[in-house]
Design a protein around this ligand. Structure first.
Ligand code: SAJ
Length: 425
């Protein structure tokens, strides 16, 4: 089956590109539809547009033919839609990429093909948004086209879990669609593929996974703010609780929840449930707590600078990290952007350095940052920062460190006479 089928992946980003490489490795004829010409050119040269070990290792070996021309969809037996599902400034879901991609597929799809939406969407999107696009284009679902949903589970930077082995769930509108979608994913994924009873349940699975993570992070963020007032180190307490081998899953407080999944997905459920007359008060509160952590972090900086007798507006702050999580170059929804906006409001001079995001860094090296700083604010727990010998901070005369990821050695830094504040420690 693999040799005969042609797969077209729509959207060659963090989700689509690894998927395309894996299909190529598994013997499918693979085509990639991508609107960004720079990405298309890089991919056609076998180069990854993003910093991701799996891609850097495999893209040169398992070629993907990328194009900006939607007509390539005409050749596909299987189409995998992997476009972003962001929220707008008011946190309302923005389905325009999904709608645009579905319309492009409906314009070009050959009869009898399978179309799988991998983008994370709230329950109801496949039925209420995607299906009507194909029906309007004259396709009979379950006959001229098979529609399925298999939510993506990519975890950028993860060395163990990737597109080859992460178990998946899949749902469809009809038994045949479910069967062919399950068989396709079983042919490319070494993990189990769980068929769901409906496409709506498959959509709900992913939203639940990521809302689960968001509320658990909000829980420890609230603990951090409480324990800070009780002189309790919340990180130590979480690590203590994590010695319980069951019914506890450690999450850690930080200066903010970034990325294209966790801070976004809950809003898709909140807004869709509202249409059904239900208010997700808990999810909304968790979002509010997590969104407040950037302000809280800057307040900690202000308190620490006051202790050092340095008012915010005359101090030079060195911001360590721009990307949203450790050891990746992805800046989407990173708390960095909220934090520098707050520093600008305080008219605080700052520099930033991120070895994974040099094009956005204001200085070329860690040394240059430290040379031009009185205080340091850690936003991302990159390996390069965790490994800094605290004596380096002393050497450059750093007076205050606010550790937005609780990733530095608090005790060693304090022993050097530097004021250290973490998130809840
Ligand atoms: N974060 C915390 N505290 C934590 C964990 C994360 O503040 O305890 C912050 C991170 O710093 C980051 C944000 O939350 O800013 C998101 O971190 P993440 O580790 O959840 O990373 P993501 O956004 O790459 O999430 C992905 C998700 N995968 C998919 O959506 C397919 C998520 O489902 C995974 O749970 C997560 O990876 C993972 O497990 O690492």
């Amino acid at each position: 089956m693999k040799q005969k089928k042609t797969v077209c992946v729509v959207g060659l980003g963090y989700v689509g590109l690894p998927l395309a490489v894996r299909c190529s490795e598994k013997g499918y004829k693979i085509l990639g539809l991508e609107m960004n010409q720079r990405k298309v050119d890089l991919i056609n040269q076998g180069k990854s547009p993003i910093e991701e070990k799996f891609l850097e290792e495999n893209l040169p070996k398992f070629k993907v033919k990328a194009s900006t021309d939607e007509k390539i969809i005409k050749e596909a037996d299987i189409v995998l839609i992997c476009v972003p599902t962001p929220v707008d400034k008011k946190f309302y879901p923005d389905l325009s990429p999904v709608i645009g991609a579905s319309e492009a597929v409906a314009r070009n799809l050959k009869k009898g093909a399978l179309v799988v939406l991998e983008s994370t969407v709230n329950p109801g999107v496949s039925e209420e948004v995607v299906k009507p696009i194909f029906e309007k284009a004259g396709y009979e679902i379950g006959k001229d086209v098979f529609l399925a949903h298999c939510p993506e589970r990519i975890n950028p930077g993860d060395k163990k879990w990737n597109v080859t082995n992460i178990p998946r769930v899949v749902g469809s509108f009809d038994a045949k669609g479910l069967k062919i979608a399950k068989e396709f994913y079983e042919s490319i994924v070494d993990g189990a593929i769980r068929p769901m009873k409906s496409i709506r349940e498959a959509e709900a699975v992913k939203i639940v996974e990521n809302s689960f993570r968001d509320i658990n992070i909000a829980f420890v963020n609230e603990l951090a703010r409480s324990f800070e007032k009780m002189d309790i180190d919340v990180k130590d307490v979480i690590l203590g609780a994590a010695t319980k081998p069951f019914a506890f899953m450690a999450h850690f407080p930080s200066c903010g929840v970034g990325g294209h999944c966790i801070p976004v997905d809950p809003y898709y459920l909140i807004e869709r449930a509202k249409l059904s007359g239900f208010s997700h008060d808990f999810l909304k509160l968790a979002r509010k707590i997590n969104n407040s952590m950037s302000n809280y972090t800057v307040e900690l900086l202000q308190d620490a600078l006051n202790l050092a007798g340095k008012p915010m507006k005359n101090v030079r702050v060195g911001v360590l990290g721009i990307s949203y999580k450790a050891n990746v170059d992805d800046m989407r929804e990173s708390p960095y952007f909220k934090i520098i906006k707050l520093l600008e409001e305080y008219k605080t001079k700052y520099n930033s350095f991120d070895p994974h995001v040099k094009n956005k860094s204001t200085v070329k090296s860690l040394e240059e940052l430290l040379e031009n700083s009185d205080a340091v604010l850690v936003v991302t727990d990159h390996k390069e920062f965790v490994e800094i010998n605290p004596k380096i901070f002393k050497k450059f005369g750093i007076k205050v460190i606010v550790d937005g990821k609780n990733c530095l050695d608090k005790d060693k830094i304090r022993k050097l006479g530097i004021i250290y504040k973490g998130i809840g420690r």
